[in-house]
Design a protein around this ligand. Structure first.
Ligand code: PLP
Length: 364
């Protein structure tokens, strides 16, 4: 052990030694409302049809490195501009990593508004980049455009990430504010539209007008988190450079076949998404009525962030767990999120279980 520690200290990059590994809560049999997953499973007939297509997959062979059939299916079913290049990742997390590998290194900066998605900071760390966070307006988590532009001028970021809608705050920033940042960017702007399905607004069409704009999405939040498939659309020259850093078989054969199948049944995923959007409103209003819940922010994503009474977040989080419900404690992760919790919109039954538990815990 001593021998290992000495070598670790000497060899592992200091930025990596200083990092904490990404932690995922163990759900056991709790109602899982912590990770922005879609709660709906496919009906048995659809599962049978899916398993039938998997029969044809030759797992003894490497997958198609270009994922040709899947990319064609994505282009025909998703609103990707025909002129744009398309890069696939093992989840959009991997795309963030690819961006770091292609653009990273010393004296390269990643800039993002905060509180924001943790992976931008984490991946900047292990791809040797500086990370600069620009605070969102504390009251409504809107983008502070003046502060963003001042920071862009001061730090000359190679990459600016803007999650639209933002995680963990749930809001989609004002379009004109985002446009102003894109116009000011000296490097690239990655619009992370992971929650696009719940929002309706998109910058996908703007790719053709802005060569510095890359739009990233994922199929995770639409109900396919287990497949790990993210995509990035941008000017083909950008995609050509990023492709060089992509490992050849990053999208495995089962994912390629399953995602093709799912895209042929996009109506099912869209029905689930519409249901979640409708239930989000009900959940928001019910949560806002619970005594002890001080603030509920409007959401354009599939989760809701709220603030509970000062100092009570840890107790509420634990109380919910004891009552069988797992949500995310944001309190302690960022100064702007003190006393905050985040809950994913589940099925109506799951939401009701959460609300009952929340009412009980907040009254205790
Ligand atoms: C803003 C944002 N971007 C990207 C991701 C990662 O998505 P994926 O499952 O495609 O890696 C998440 C996941 O929570 C997210 O919140």
């Amino acid at each position: 052990m001593t021998e290992a520690s000495e070598r670790i200290r000497r060899l592992v990059r200091p930025a990596v030694q200083a990092m904490q590994a990404y932690q995922v809560a163990e759900p056991g049999d709790l109602i899982k409302l912590d990770a922005m997953e879609n709660p709906y499973r496919w009906d048995p007939a659809l599962v049978d049809a899916w398993l039938e297509t998997l029969r044809g997959v030759q797992v003894n062979r490497y997958p198609d490195p270009a994922a040709t059939e899947l990319r064609e299916r994505m282009r025909s079913r998703l609103d990707i501009p025909p002129q744009a290049g398309l890069l696939l990742g093992n989840g959009s997390d991997e795309l963030i990593q690819l961006l770091g590998m292609a653009l990273g290194g010393r004296r390269r900066t990643v800039l993002a508004p905060g509180p924001g998605f943790v992976m931008y900071r984490l991946i900047a760390g292990f791809t040797g980049m500086e990370f600069v966070e620009v605070s969102l307006n504390a009251e409504d988590f809107s983008l502070d455009v003046d502060a963003m532009i001042a920071a862009v001028r001061a730090h000359d970021p190679a990459i600016i990430y803007i999650a639209y809608p933002n995680n963990p705050t749930g809001n989609a920033f004002d379009r004109a504010a985002v446009d102003a940042v894109i116009r000011e960017a000296p490097g690239i702007v990655v619009l992370d539209e992971a929650y696009h399905a719940f929002c309706g607004e998109t910058f996908m069409d703007a790719i053709t007008g802005y060569p510095q704009l890359l739009v990233m999405r994922t199929l995770s939040k639409m109900g396919l988190a287990g497949l790990r498939l993210g995509y990035l659309a941008a000017h083909p020259d950008w995609i050509g450079q990023l492709e060089k850093c992509r490992l050849p078989y990053n999208i495995n054969a089962l994912t390629q076949a399953s995602a093709c199948f799912a895209l042929d049944h996009l109506d099912v995923l869209e029905r689930h998404t519409a249901r979640i959007r409708a239930d989000r409103l009900v959940l928001h209003d019910a949560l806002a009525r619970i005594p002890g819940v001080e603030r509920v922010w409007p959401s354009q994503a599939n989760f809701i962030t709220c603030r509970v009474a000062a100092g009570s977040a840890a107790g509420v989080h634990e109380g919910l767990r004891e009552r069988g419900v797992l949500i995310k404690k944001l309190d302690g992760t960022h100064p702007a999120l003190t006393d905050c919790l985040r809950v994913t919109v589940g099925t109506p039954e799951e939401n009701a279980r959460f609300l009952d538990a929340m009412t009980e815990v907040c009254a205790a």
